[in-house]
Ligand binder design. Structure first.
Ligand code: ATP
Length: 334
């Protein structure tokens, strides 16, 4: 049976890494009918919006999407497409596995943690106002409902993936009410999972511990902003943004995307590393129940790295096309 999946190529390097990922997924033998939808800067000029209604309708219909990065202009302008998608589809859990690849960043060889980031509220709720000229306010919105369900998701994930510990990352010593609420929900949820060890850590200490001994943290559950920052730190630990995948999961739909942004500085040069989106595609195949194909792609990717292939961001000289071809060839042997 073929899966119908929404594909949003995105901006910047998005179309390049999306095309590479399509080729690898198709080479795995899984049958996918892609429903291509444009969102982001390119469509904004034609349509006056970065997120046309049909994009959301397509994801609601197909339930699953693979998305390339979409840039968000800093300051005034369009609201972030990424944030709007997550809020409109209630994709409340952002799951980002951070794992070392063979031969990349040997200082952090063996790193294997997962960040589960709350995706719908916190300072990303978009509640900002100018109280008076020269004074701006952003509201950090934290609710019991969102904290409870993200903690439940993290513990369920830990059970399903046979992990040992869930670490809640907070700053409740300063933000006693908002982060205090997260901590309170975490403690309540943890009681229902006696086999998983709960661990509490303040966000600044967490940043230091991630660099010294990340694996101790195992599965991290945290608010939107801390999760965003710690994900990039995690990417740095294992070799950079080019290799870290992500999934945005809701009760109805799921959108799979790399942690990195649109990297306009290297767009169109044929040197983008497609690994992060390919790995997001692997997560998507697991979500669809296509475990055999997912495992084969993962094996092919590892074999490609073990064979010494390195894209430019990882210190090599291989371009997107050559890397993708190598993964497809390794897939033929996997
Ligand atoms: P955005 O505004 O969309 O977040 P950005 O350029 O500010 O884009 P990122 O795209 O996340 O932020 O990445 C920062 C830098 O990391 C890029 O400038 C690029 O050099 C590098 N980078 C990110 N992703 C990749 C990739 N897949 N392959 C190679 N280099 C990458």
């Amino acid at each position: 049976m073929a899966h119908t999946i929404t594909l949003i190529p995105g901006d910047g390097i998005g179309p390049e890494v999306a095309h590479a990922t399509q080729r690898v997924l198709e080479a795995s033998g899984v049958r996918i009918d892609w429903e291509v939808q444009e969102a982001g800067a390119a469509i904004a000029e034609k349509r006056g919006t970065t997120l046309p209604d049909e994009v959301l309708a397509s994801i609601r219909k197909n339930k699953v999407a693979l998305k390339g990065p979409i840039g968000t202009p800093i300051g005034k302008g369009f609201k972030s497409v990424n944030v709007t998608l997550r809020q409109s589809l209630d994709l409340y859990a952002n799951v980002r596995p951070i794992r070392s690849l063979p031969g990349i960043e040997p200082r952090f060889e063996g790193t294997d943690i997962v960040i589960v980031r709350e995706n719908t509220e916190d300072l990303y709720a978009g509640l900002e106002l100018m109280i008076m000229p020269g004074v701006a306010q952003s509201i950090k919105l934290i609710t019991e409902k969102a904290c409870t369900r993200i903690c439940e998701y993290a513990f369920e994930y830990a059970v399903r993936m046979q992990r040992k510990r869930v670490s809640v990352v907070h700053k409740a010593n300063i933000m006693k009410l908002s982060d205090g609420l997260l901590l309170e929900c975490f403690r309540k949820v943890a009681l229902r999972y006696p086999r998983i060890e709960p661990y509490e850590i303040i966000v600044d200490a967490c940043a230091m511990n991630m660099v010294r001994n990340a694996n101790k943290l195992d599965v991290i559950v945290t608010e939107n902003l801390y999760g965003d920052i710690l994900s990039d730190l995690g990417a740095g630990l294992v070799g950079g943004l080019g290799i870290v995948p992500g999934a945005n999961i809701g009760l109805e739909c799921a959108v799979f995307e790399a942690v990195h942004g649109s990297a306009p500085d290297i767009a169109g040069q044929g040197i983008a590393n497609p690994t992060a989106l390919i790995q997001s595609g692997v997560m998507m195949l697991h979500h669809l129940g296509e475990h055999t194909a997912a495992n084969r792609i993962e094996k092919a990717l590892l074999a490609t790295f073990e064979g010494g292939m390195r894209t430019v961001d990882l210190g090599g000289a291989v371009g997107t096309e050559e890397f993708t071809r190598a993964v497809c060839e390794a897939l033929g042997r996997a």
